[in-house]
Design a binder for this molecule. Sequence first.
Ligand code: NDP
Length: 302
Amino acid sequence: RRILITGATGFIGRRLTSALTEAGHEVVALMRDPATANLPAPIMIVTALDQISGDTRIDAVINLAGEPISDGLWTLAKRRRILRSRLRTTREVRRLIARLQRRPEVLVSGSAIGWYGLHADAPLDETGSYIPCFSHRLCHAWEQAALRTETLGVRVVTVRIGLVLGSAGGMLSRLLTPFEFGLGGPMGSGRQWMSWISLDDCVRLILHAVADRRLNGPMNATAPCPVTSAEFSRALGSALRRPALLAAPAAPLRFAFGAFADELLLGGQRVLPAKALATGFRFRHPDVETAFHEIVGAPPAP
Ligand code: NDP
């Protein structure tokens, strides 16, 4: 099968591209600067979707591109870039699909658990409601732009991705340094929920959404065992054989990250992957101990 990916050079896209080429699929990747991409596998590269002609066969599209969310303050200009980059790419994907003589069977498009906004302890499956905030507005607009492609007869799955844990990038790589020095700890109160997924399972779940025709609409991409921030820190400290001693207090996090800290570090949501489980997806890393064991190498605590 031939699969078009936007965001192929990113933390998730890079692993996804390797998984697809290893499985014998052809990958066409949209990227802004091929010179700096340094992808591990041989793939076809385009720098704009209008370089793809209408008679090209594309079987599936995976759309992940967008301005990085977790670096830098969420200033007004940054929020605009975060939103506009995702909407622009997703609309271009729809325009391309409309032009193709033979349309792909499926579009799997990015979103995040930020769709739900900040919740206390209530478990949230895909039928869960939202609390208004910037993350919700962003994810909602991104999902709606993708779901418009359904009118072209294409199945659309929007993956509400949780905090992706992998060794080479993402949030965990930033948390590892303080933890290795024994300085890591829960953020804020430690009671907020963290809905995470291993990079490996995230990639496998995106491929499951491509393959399983029963799936459409929003699908949570999180492990079945979310944890509180305190439990997360304890498990990470134990995998690294370092105690999680110091809590990171809320005020400096807010000062450093602004609204991003409020919505993504200090707040949280307890998300459950109901659709993934209902369609028979088996997680390789269902709990944080198993995930940390694979990522940082220590055995799970007894
Ligand atoms: P990355 O930030 O690692 O990669 C995103 C990709 O988007 C890059 O490869 C880049 O491709 C492209 N990109 C960056 N800035 C822009 C821009 N201004 N305009 C157009 N394209 C741009 O993201 P991840 O791989 O971590 O995540 C993939 C998607 O999943 C993202 O949209 C992210 O928001 C979402 N997500 C990720 C989570 C995580 O924990 N990692 C959690 C929840 C959601 P290039 O430079 O080649 O053009």
